[in-house]
Design a protein around this ligand. Structure first.
Ligand SMILES: C[S@@+](CC[C@H](N)C(=O)[O-])C[C@H]1O[C@@H](n2cnc3c(N)ncnc32)[C@H](O)[C@@H]1O
Length: 225
């Protein structure tokens, strides 16, 4: 049984488990909110022909800096994450901005609960590597984007964390054997390769930094998947 799956059976969100320490959550939130990029949202707005009225999933939404930006453009936003502390921060920020957001707690894979109501945009920023496997993450995101919809994935590469010791071993096992122990960052290029297996009309790759891959795709409007 894969280790990360076993871990998720032993650490249940319903029982109050939250992997994020309070002090880390507040310092990350400060940084994330001050460094959020309205340009990303502007570009997605253009790609979708407007966000107003569109259904957006902020997968691993954290402190909600993008959830709130999407909602301010009139999108119906679902925030999904494992951390109650981040949920509280997102709620506070959304209230201050005067927008409403739907909240969903759980592991990334638990977002499959939305399969019957796929999204115009699935936004997954800096949390892909918390999934149980890279292949599973690609399938999850693809299945949650509706035909004609858009997926946005931004994820750090191993060059970002420059893992050493045990983390280096985790990274190598993931790179060569696709074995996931913990949360190694996927090798450069893997996310795009996996997402291209879906029924995709168009894909944009931003590899301008060796530290992160940014992949944006539009699903075929006639897709049956
Ligand atoms: C680096 S933060 C990114 C947050 C946000 N997307 C952003 O752009 O700032 C990673 C997020 O993944 C969430 N997370 C970590 N492991 C998770 C898991 N197994 N399932 C769901 N969310 C998880 C954390 O709570 C955190 O909100």
């Amino acid at each position: 049984m894969p280790v990360n799956y076993l871990h998720s059976l032993l650490h249940r969100v319903e029982d109050g488990w939250d992997p994020i320490p309070a002090s880390y959550a507040s310092s990350y939130a400060e940084m994330a909110w001050s460094e959020r990029s309205p340009q990303i949202v502007q570009d997605l707005d253009a790609r979708l022909g407007g966000l107003s009225g569109k259904r957006v999933l902020d997968l691993g939404g954290g402190p909600g800096q993008y959830s709130v930006l999407f909602a301010q453009r009139g999108a119906e936003v679902t925030w999904h994450d494992i951390s109650r502390k981040y949920q509280a921060i997102c709620r506070e920020r959304a209230a201050a901005a005067g927008v409403s957001i739907r909240y969903s707690m759980g592991y990334l894979e638990d977002a499959l609960r939305f399969l019957a109501e796929p999204f115009d945009l699935v936004f997954c920023r800096v949390c892909w590597y918390y999934g149980r496997s890279d292949r599973q993450m690609a399938r999850l995101i693809d299945s949650l984007v509706k035909p004609g919809g858009v997926g946005y994935v931004e994820c750090n590469t191993p060059a970002f964390s420059r893992p050493r010791g045990w983390r280096r071993l985790q990274s190598v096992l993931n790179q060569y054997l696709w074995l996931k122990l913990g949360h190694p960052m996927p090798p450069h290029g893997r996310i795009a390769k996996l997402l291209q297996r879906g029924d995709i009309l168009h894909i944009t790759l931003d590899y301008s930094s060796p530290l992160r891959d940014i992949v944006v795709f539009t699903k075929n409007a006639h897709s049956k998947s």
